[in-house]
Write a protein that binds this ligand. Structure first.
Ligand code: ZN
Length: 369
């Protein structure tokens, strides 16, 4: 039985990442506390775009200007059209870069990795999921199969960090492996398809490929190196990109490869096609699909088509489990609509929190079924 997990922002909420609809107010508060250092001006530029420029747009058209997915999509589209409120069109390319900085820096300042005196711990909820994945894969690899894969909309790397800390390597489906050779040494590897990019991905301007840099920045850190740090560590993979070089010797684009959920030609997302194709293949082979913390927003028409075309296969969908937190009931009709009449029977919604024991029990049952 093959299980495909689909993860959204709700899965990283307990690790500190803001939900999409809270993202901009959270960043605004951090900006007021002056935490962004060298990115201060770019963060302010994006806050102005939301609170000043888009707010006026909203009077005449309904764009949720405080939702980061909507803001990101609007900026990307605005840069393509050369229109964004009263802004000088010449500044719109800078704004496009700034919104990517806004996203990765906010995630760096909010996602927290805890540690004890001796050990760095995987983020909340993900640790247990990674352990169950490890056990399932250990068994299925023996039979020549890979019975688990992940599709994620998250820009953060909480999932991958938990997996590598548990002994499972990551296959991002990119044309080349992670730059950090230590990430390539795993016996057990799981596909992780990141449909909207990742804070540890960027582009080599020379080779025009997407490059993943690293996943675990503390792999070689001795415990003594960590003693200076606070009890909670920050996963600053985006900020570390400028320190890396591609295999060809070129400097990498210092801004991570992140794409907005709306699918348009403005986002130079052509290079992500391979990842999307792999995701469709994974969906086609799924017996079970488990959705965690993904609310299937209206902006995500792209996923609707990916899902429809991807699941059009001979494999019968056994279970479509949705774990969407205490307030997840509003998302259930959206998933019911996504599933055709043939698959609607498979839908099993749960309003559990990802890191809680109930959700973990549900996941275990699916993997063992
Ligand atoms: Zn290169």
């Amino acid at each position: 039985m093959k299980t495909v997990f689909i993860l959204g922002a709700g899965a990283s909420f307990e690790s500190g990442a803001p939900l999409m609809r809270d993202f901009i107010p959270v960043a605004k508060k951090l900006q007021e506390r002056n935490v962004f250092g060298a990115s201060h001006a770019q963060i302010q530029d994006v806050l102005n775009a939301a609170y000043r420029d888009l707010r006026t747009v909203q009077a005449k058209a309904s764009i949720e200007y405080l939702n980061i997915e909507e803001l990101f999509s609007a900026i990307d589209m605005g840069a393509m059209l050369g229109v964004f409120g009263s802004r000088d069109p010449k500044t719109l390319e800078d704004l496009r870069r700034a919104v990517r900085v806004f996203i990765y820096r906010t995630l760096e300042e909010t996602v927290r990795v805890s540690r004890t005196d001796r050990k760095i711990l995987p983020p909340s909820g993900y640790g247990e999921l990674a352990q169950m994945t490890f056990e399932k894969l250990k068994e299925s690899v023996r039979h020549g199969r890979r019975d688990v894969s992940f599709i994620t909309f998250n820009y953060d790397t909480c999932l991958e960090f938990a997996l590598v800390r548990t002994g499972v390597g990551i296959d991002y489906g990119l044309s080349e492996p992670c730059l950090d050779a230590d990430e390539q040494q795993y016996q057990i590897v799981v596909p992780v398809m990141k449909l909207h990019g990742s804070i540890n991905w960027t582009r080599c301007p020379q080779c025009k490929v997407i490059v993943a840099t690293e996943i675990d920045p503390w792999r070689r850190a001795h415990f003594i190196d960590l003693l200076d740090h606070a009890k909670e560590l920050k996963l600053e993979l985006g900020s570390r990109i400028p320190m890396k070089r591609h295999g060809c010797g070129s400097a990498l684009d210092p801004v991570p490869m992140l794409v907005p959920p709306t699918w348009n030609k403005a986002s130079d997302s052509g290079a992500l096609k391979e990842v999307w194709r792999r995701a469709a293949q994974e969906l086609a082979r799924a017996d079970n699909i488990v959705v965690i913390g993904y609310s299937f927003p209206a902006t995500d028409t792209f996923f609707r088509y990916l899902f429809a075309l991807g699941t059009d296969s001979e494999v019968h969908l056994e279970k479509f489990v949705v774990i969407n937190g205490e307030h997840g009931s509003e998302t259930v009709p959206r998933f019911a609509k996504l599933l055709g009449p043939m698959s609607q029977r498979a839908l099993i919604p749960h309003h559990f929190v990802f890191a809680g024991a109930s959700a973990q029990g549900v996941i275990r049952d699916v993997l063992q079924g």
